[in-house]
Write a protein that binds this ligand. Structure first.
Ligand code: ADP
Ligand code: ADP
Length: 237
């Protein structure tokens, strides 16, 4: 469960990006955070894995108060939270499989990774993740030779291999064409349903949010102005 209680976020320049946020997300929900550019969507989801610090209030993730965590505990928090970006953030010149294997970082020293000394079990898990994302046939292809949609699938496979309970996706379909964007939204839906992962997507395509997410949180100028089922969104957010 993720629970924001009276959360405020002020940037160093004094800008109040989040104002008195109260929001509870249960395990297994598929939530779309919508709002205009600059509304605070990205700030909101990046507080959950401590990419940003909150300024006041309480933020609990799976019964842990996130704002007081120290270095090692922050790394542990982040291992349980997958992050997906608009720009995929893959390592370009290596294969899909190697990109997924990179996610086994916590278990492995850097020199073992450089030498490619992955265990059989790690390779099996990486291939399973690619298979789940229907991209197993590209396992040995360099990711910079894949289409945008295929790259986002590899990024999702990499996140799945990490076995998180939560996936945060910051504008995951913003750089994709409309048809590929729908496919990626369907992939999130499938992961959500099959693995009961909590999915939180920050998205500015309202129509996609309404079609695929089960719950919509609307943000305007750092405040929540709508929170409810996607089917009941009527006003402009
Ligand atoms: P969104 O994701 O909805 O586009 P953001 O969360 O990125 O919005 O940003 C919310 C507001 O906070 C914007 O007005 C943005 O300019 C401001 N902002 C974001 N990052 C910083 C920062 N590091 N310092 C100051 N202001 C910031
Ligand atoms: P995106 O929307 O792709 O997340 P942005 O262009 O909003 O990226 O922001 C890029 C970086 O600049 C982020 O680290 C953000 O925190 C920072 N940033 C955004 N707006 C401001 C601002 N008004 N002042 C300072 N930093 C900002």
């Amino acid at each position: 469960m993720i629970k924001f209680q009276n959360v405020n976020k002020k940037y160093d320049n004094g800008y109040e990006a989040l104002k008195d946020i109260n929001l509870t997300i249960e395990q297994g929900e598929y939530v779309a955070v919508i709002g205009l550019s600059g509304a605070g969507k990205s700030t909101l989801i990046r507080c959950i894995n401590r990419m940003h610090d909150i300024s006041s209030g309480s933020l609990m993730v799976n019964d842990v108060e996130v704002s007081t965590l120290k270095g090692k505990e922050v790394r542990k928090l982040r291992r349980g939270i997958g992050m997906i970006f608009q720009s995929f953030n893959l390592v370009n010149r290596i294969s899909s499989l190697k990109n997924v294997l990179v996610s086994f970082v916590p278990d492995m020293s850097m020199w073992r990774k450089i030498l490619g000394l992955y265990t059989k079990q790690q390779k099996i898990e990486a291939l399973e993740a690619l298979d789940r994302m229907n991209i197993l046939d590209k396992a040995f292809i360099r990711v910079d030779q894949l289409s945008g949609g295929q790259q986002q699938r590899v990024a999702l496979a990499r996140t799945l291999a990490q076995k998180p309970s939560i996936i945060l996706a910051d504008e995951p379909v913003a750089s994709l064409d409309p048809i590929t964007a729908k496919q990626v939204m369907t992939d999130f839906q499938r992961i959500n349903e099959e693995l009961n992962m909590t999915i939180i997507i920050n998205i500015h395509h309202v129509d996609l949010a309404l079609e695929y997410a089960t719950r919509v949180v609307g943000i305007r100028s750092g405040e929540i102005v709508y929170d409810g089922p996607a089917s009941e969104v009527t006003e402009q957010i």
